[in-house]
Design a protein around this ligand. Structure first.
Ligand code: KG4
Ligand code: ZN
Length: 334
């Protein structure tokens, strides 16, 4: 059978990335230009700066992706692009590049939802097995998704307010840790003891999540301790916060696996780099005989390889977009 090469473009936040993926599995090239250092000066991603930097970087990244793959545009079967959700100004740069390539080289344009990409990061090392439950945890998303088969997404729960990564970054700020604080809180959490009485976030029967309550609890805690003239014990606070987050994520995910009678779990998104989350899920999945897959770290954060993996299945299903495709800041996973 003829090989299928997808050229994929991802620019939904602060990474400019272009990848070439063969047959939905094999990374031929994956160039990721992160703007993290620039945005960390501002304590978070500044949308206007992000889109300007995407403009500066996109052609450089494209040239490098083709060069590293040793391919030309003639070898490419289709262009997959993240059309949303994400920052509108950032998405527009990737989409415009994708449309231009599609028009100039007469290649089909395949729209990919960013979360589908995060999920399909798990297909880059070995094929995903179905049915599965996907837990997507990133700076912008917290979603539990049931997949009966390839490219069929049933969102069974999501966050009602802050995403997990967002909560980590906000709690990190309260602890005076620089952006992005998630990895720093994770590191500290392994150095402390769970001494702070923080609430378990949205501990109900649904598959939804809510992290704004625990974030407010941390803000109030700092305020109260300051009033009393006490110093916060940062490692202990990080441990208490992380334990609550891990407990609620594992509780709802393990329940979904039981209820949906599913034996395959995949975890995706930037927060799946979290050591505490990886460790606890690994333990529970061994106990419950669940087949757990978490992408390697470079595929956890935003990258175009995952968009190319998802794009391959979207392409095979005949999903196409016209040149009037627009970006979407928010959109249902489909
Ligand atoms: O998937 P991603 O690169 O971007 C989005 O699509 O949002 O995720 C970035 C998020 C940030 O909030 C960052 O703090 C968080 O992932 N993150 C972590 C860890 N590594 C990255 N959060 C907790 N623990 C980590 N080790
Ligand atoms: Zn992402």
């Amino acid at each position: 059978m003829k090989d299928t090469y997808i050229l994929a473009i991802e620019s939904s936040c602060d990474e400019t990335s272009i990848a070439i993926i063969k047959n939905g599995h094999k990374e031929i090239s994956n160039i990721v230009l992160s703007q993290m250092d620039t945005h960390s000066n501002y304590g978070g991603v500044v949308p206007e700066i992000a889109s300007r930097m995407h403009i500066e970087n996109i052609t450089i990244v494209l040239e490098q992706a083709l060069k590293e793959a040793n391919l030309t545009m003639e070898d490419i079967d289709a262009i997959a692009v993240t059309y949303g959700p994400g920052l509108v100004g950032s998405l527009l740069i990737g989409l415009q590049a994708a449309k231009t390539l599609s028009y100039v080289y007469n290649k089909p344009l395949v729209p990919v939802h960013h979360i589908a990409g995060h999920i399909y990061a798990n297909n880059l090392e070995k094929s995903m097995e179905f049915p599965l439950i996907a837990l997507v945890i990133s700076g912008g998303h917290t979603e539990l998704v049931y997949m009966k088969e390839d490219y069929s997404f049933e969102v069974i729960g999501s966050t009602l307010d802050d995403a997990v990564g967002e909560a980590y970054d906000k709690v990190a700020r309260v602890m005076n840790l620089s952006y992005p604080g998630g990895p720093k809180v994770d590191k500290l959490a392994h150095e402390g003891t769970d001494t702070y009485d923080l609430p378990l976030p949205l501990d109900d029967d649904s598959y939804n999540f809510s992290f704004s309550g625990i974030k407010s609890a941390v803000i109030n805690l700092r305020h109260n301790e300051e009033q009393r003239g006490n110093q916060l014990n940062l490692p202990n606070l990080a441990t208490s916060f992380q334990n609550r987050v891990v407990e609620i994520l594992t509780k709802k995910t393990m329940k979904a696996l039981k209820e949906y009678k599913v034996k395959n779990l995949i975890i995706a998104g930037g927060v799946s780099a979290n050591k505490g989350i990886r460790e606890r899920f690994s333990e529970l999945c061994v106990q419950e005989n669940i087949n757990l897959t978490i992408p390697k770290l470079e595929y956890c954060t935003d990258n175009a390889a995952m968009i190319g993996a998802a794009g391959y299945y979207a392409y095979k299903l005949g999903r196409r977009a016209d040149l009037d495709l627009n970006v979407k800041a928010t959109d249902k996973l489909n």
